[in-house]
Design a protein around this ligand. Sequence first.
Ligand SMILES: Cc1cc2nc3c(=O)[nH]c(=O)nc-3n(C[C@H](O)[C@H](O)[C@H](O)COP(=O)(O)OP(=O)(O)OC[C@H]3O[C@@H](n4cnc5c(N)ncnc54)[C@H](O)[C@@H]3O)c2cc1C
Length: 417
Amino acid sequence: MRFSGWRVLKEGLTGNTGWTPHWRDPEPKPGYDAIIIGGGGHGLSTAYYLAREHGITNVAVLEKGYIGGGNVGRNTTIVRANYVLPGNSEFYSHSLKLWEGLEQDLNYNVMHSQRGLINLFHSDGQRDAAARRGNAMINQGDDAILLDRAGVRRLLPYLDHDNARFPVYGGLYHKRGGTARHDAVAWGYARGADARGVDLIQNCEVTGIDIAGGRVTGVQTTRGPFRAKKVGIVVAGRSSQVAAMAGMRLPVESQVLQAFVPEGLKPVIDHVVTFGMGHFYISQSDKGGLVFGGDIDMYASYAARGNLPTAEHVMEAGLTLMPMIGKARVLRSWGGIVDMTPDGSPIIDRTGTEGLYLNCGWNYGGFKAVPASGHCFAHLMATDRPHGAATGFRLDRFRTGQGIIDEEGTGAQHNLH
Ligand SMILES: Cc1cc2nc3c(=O)[nH]c(=O)nc-3n(C[C@H](O)[C@H](O)[C@H](O)COP(=O)(O)OP(=O)(O)OC[C@H]3O[C@@H](n4cnc5c(N)ncnc54)[C@H](O)[C@@H]3O)c2cc1C
């Protein structure tokens, strides 16, 4: 089924009766060439690129709930390529380029909106750090503009620029950064993978990983066992639990991250704005809701709901930055389980078991990575070699200490930042 203006017009005039489901609900086969555990953004994009780039179509995505029910449908949708360290820079740059062609590629409106992202700074030292980051972004081939006070005031007039504690000194403006509609990304990849023959099996929880003679042979699930030559673990917040099924202990801690949305408002915020000093960031969705959040809840949990102290902290930070937000009434808040690594950077690697691959450690920033993560993970699963944009994401860096990509300078303990 292709989408076009004519099709929308025709369906609109004929009661929308001609649309068919976006993907099949197939009966699982007893065996596959490759099984992807996890139907989130990363699992679906992996399946899509396995089929599209490598012609591997005898693939199943096994999802314990429903497609898009995990973090891919719970995040605050920020897409950017403003990383500073080698290892991350080239990867997120690759991802942003894939985003820029994604709607044409998938023939699906994921509402990718490059409205620009502004990271605020509030001291001379932070200005230096922002200049350094901006230079790294430009060296990588991406865009960055260092805004002075007047520049930020022009673009974001509604901020409290002269706040006594956090006066705005300027901002790092990344024009190609922005947002996308999160669940449409899942649906677009799901539809594209299905159209190429991938079986999307929902309500199918993986409960065991079969290994014989050091090789993966299949998986056990709540819908029975399936054989597989290759298995990819792509389960974000559940990574430690699923990897444990293969006898692995991961350097990953699962923590809660919350998001908040008030009632719909007229357009007021036309960029993504981050206030790092206060742990607060905000954008406005096309429906009018302000979408905002802060830091992780700072304790390990598998409960996809947040706690009140963090909610209060986020509201305080929002009011500090833009007092006008106090007039909005928060309607919804929710939490997602994020897979935190010690250096804040991801893992895309083989494991000690032949045919078993690992994709995790997306911390609170894996939505923007969805295209490149799938692209690079599919390359690894198909060829057994890392993709050029993802060579740094090795699992053994946490054992050897070599190649740590400590983007935030948080050291070995993420929860101390
Ligand atoms: C509140 C919040 C805000 C965020 N904001 C941003 C942002 O603005 N920008 C950004 O880049 N990132 C953001 N993130 C991070 C981003 O959402 C995640 O890093 C990313 O979505 C994780 O990858 P995923 O989409 O594959 O995860 P998920 O969608 O969680 O996919 C994993 C899937 O695995 C399934 N699964 C788990 N165990 C099993 C099993 N045993 N068997 C079968 N299936 C299983 C789960 O049901 C789930 O559907 C945010 C996250 C949260 C929670």
